[in-house]
Structure formats: C-alpha cells, structure tokens
Design a protein around this ligand. Sequence first.
Ligand code: 3HC
Length: 306
Amino acid sequence: RAKRPAGAPDKKLARPVTKVGVVGAGLMASQLALLFARRLEVPVVLTDIDQERVDKGVAYVHEEIDKLLLKGRVNQDKANRLKALVTGSLDKAAAFGDADFVIEAVFEEMGVKQQVFAEVEAVVPEHAILATNTSSLSVTEMAGKLKHPERVVGFHFFNPVAVLPLLEIVRAEQTDDASLATAFAVAKSLKKTAVLVKDAPAFVVNRILTRFLGEVLRSIDEGTPVEVADRALAPLGLPMSPIVLLELVGPAVAHHVAGTLNAAFPDRFGVSENLGRIVKAGKRNLYVYDSGKPELDPEVAALFET
Ligand code: 3HC
C-alpha cells in the first residue's frame, strides 16, 4: 500500500474537486490550467485583468494541447475534450461561483495576492480551497485577512510545470486538516510528488536554489567572466547551466525571491547587483537561440559586465 506522504492528514478528509479556477493567465498560470485540465479532467477557468491576457492564456493552453496531440500523448478525442475544459473569463463571480479549488499565480507581491484572495473568497463556495503558487511569500500572512483562512494552502510548482514532478505543499498556521488533505489528494491526481514544507521564506527549494544562483551571480559581480561562471559546473552534468536556469525561473522572480530571503536572513543572502540591472532593464530573455545553441544576449552580457 502507498505510504501517506509525511505530514499529510488522513485522505478521507479530502473534499472532491469538480471545478478549478486559476487567477492569472501568464505563463505559469496557463501551465497550471493545462495540468489541472489534463490530470483532473474537470472544467478549468482562467481569469486575468483584461481580455487580451485571458485570450493569450487560453491560446497557450490550446497550443500545448496541439503539441501533445502531435506527439501522440493524447488522442484527438482527448485533445478536443481538454480544449473544451479550459476557458477564460473576466468575471470572477461567474467563473468561480461553483469552483472547489482556486489557485492564484499572479504578480509576486503580498498586497496584490491578498487582494486577489479577498476577491476570490467573496465569490467562491464555503468549502473551496484557495491555493497560492507563491515562490517565497508567507502563506500565513496571505491568508491573514480572510474570513476563512483555514482553507488556504501553498501549492508551489516548478518550471516547466508539465515536466518537473515536485510540488511543495505549504501549511499556513491557519490551514485545517480537510484543506490540507484536499491539497494532497489534488497533488496525487496531478501525478506530482508532494512534499509538505514549513511556511518559511522561500520554503525549501527556492531557498537552496537562490543560494546556488546567488553565488554564481555574486562571482560575476566580483569579476568572474559570465561565461566562466556559467560553465564552471558543466562537469557536474546539471540539466541546465545556472544562467539558462535563471532565464527559466525569470530574472524578476529570482530577484524577488532573493529580496525576500535577504530581508529574512540578511547575513546569508544578498541581492546581486547585476541581476538588479538586468531586471531594471526589463530583460526577460537572457539568451538568443538563433544558432540553435543558446548564446548569451550581447545586451545582457554588457549588463553583466557593467
Ligand atoms: N514546457 C513544457 N514542456 C517542456 C518545456 C516547457 N517549457 N521544456 C521542456 N519540456 C518538455 C519537452 O517537450 C520534452 O517533452 P517530451 O519528452 O514529451 O518530448 C521534455 O520536457 C524534455 O525536454 P528536452 O528533451 O527538450 O530537454 P531536457 O531533457 O534537457 O529537459 C528540462 C528540459 C526538463 C527543462 C531540464 O533541462 C530541466 O529539468 N532543467 C531544470 C529545470 C529546473 O530546475 N526548474 C526549476 C526552476 S525553480 C522554479 O521553477 C520555482 C520558481 O518558484 C522559481
């Protein structure tokens, strides 16, 4: 018999999930919408602040379903069903009125996330779970102003969501056993390896990852050429070099997580100057892929060398 994950409550407490809401229609949110539709086979509604973003999110999901069809991972019938399951809406009340599980993946700012949760709580049924995909913020604080904070859980995925198996489930101080049990049951349906982590700054993975990327960035700040720092660990056989990984995480997210950790543990975490410059310059992509092989964008290289 499969062992219950460490810290997971009795699965009999889990409530069924028959409709999912996703707040945000950016890349992370859209990946989540696809995963939930594919694994739970329930309706999933994406919302965002304007129609263009919503349409872009739904279009991404449809394109990814077409790729799965081309690869033979789903048949035509399933592709059609999945496309019909994922819809977009600007009207949270209509979209989430019968949702049992709503996950937010909006901008990483406490005030924004608290506001989103307050809006969602006003329209969802009493039993609905409110999940956050935050990378580093306190889930306890995020839940703090709600009427029913006991239904909030952290549900932190890793990029690319479709491929990486790990899911950090965060128990806030207020989270009750039924909500946590539901979170573990959903994780199982999503076929993710769920681990329960403490509601500590950046949880576990991002704390370690930020230390790793932070040392690479610091060595560049201190004068190591970026190519040398980026290739130094190649003999270890990591799936990606540090700067490619930084691009995947997103410079703005990495910078934000470093800021959270710096505020919590100033003696152990710094915030790299060159990363700050890259974020300020609005650089999302660090590499160009024209030759098929990633080459550092010359503008990014110049920012690293400033
Ligand atoms: N979206 C969807 N699928 C993707 C993808 C993406 N962005 N990137 C790759 N894939 C799929 C490919 O389509 C392929 O699927 P297939 O087997 O069905 O054809 C599969 O992944 C393997 O891809 P590739 O063969 O092209 O390449 P690799 O074998 O090198 O794997 C990788 C790519 C899985 C991205 C691997 O390089 C890797 O694991 N890198 C490390 C990623 C990592 O550490 N992520 C964590 C970041 S931290 C985070 O997200 C937390 C946040 O809070 C900051």
